[in-house]
Design a protein around this ligand. Structure first.
Ligand code: ZN
Length: 79
């Protein structure tokens, strides 16, 4: 994915000063079975584990959980 399609997809709508912005690009839309369509999602930290953080994606409309993601810490993260 190049920068233009990322911008088009709205991945950068949130203009925060998050340093890891370019390192980690999250899915901004996922399919929600309740809404029956792709929906914007909210990422929530679910669990902090020794080998990484587990995130949950929730539908922005009905708050249904539409997916989870494991962010592993085994790749060296520069902070
Ligand atoms: Zn939904």
């Amino acid at each position: 994915m190049d920068m233009k399609s990322l911008l088009k997809s709205g991945a950068f709508v949130q203009e925060s000063a998050k340093p890891s912005m370019f390192k980690e690009l999250d899915a901004t839309e996922l399919y929600c079975p309740k809404c029956g369509q792709a929906v914007p999602v909210q990422k929530r930290l679910l669990l902090v584990l020794p080998d990484g953080d587990k995130y949950e994606y929730r539908c922005a409309f009905c708050a249904e959980s539409v997916g989870t993601k494991m962010d592993r810490r085994d790749q060296s993260i520069v902070r």
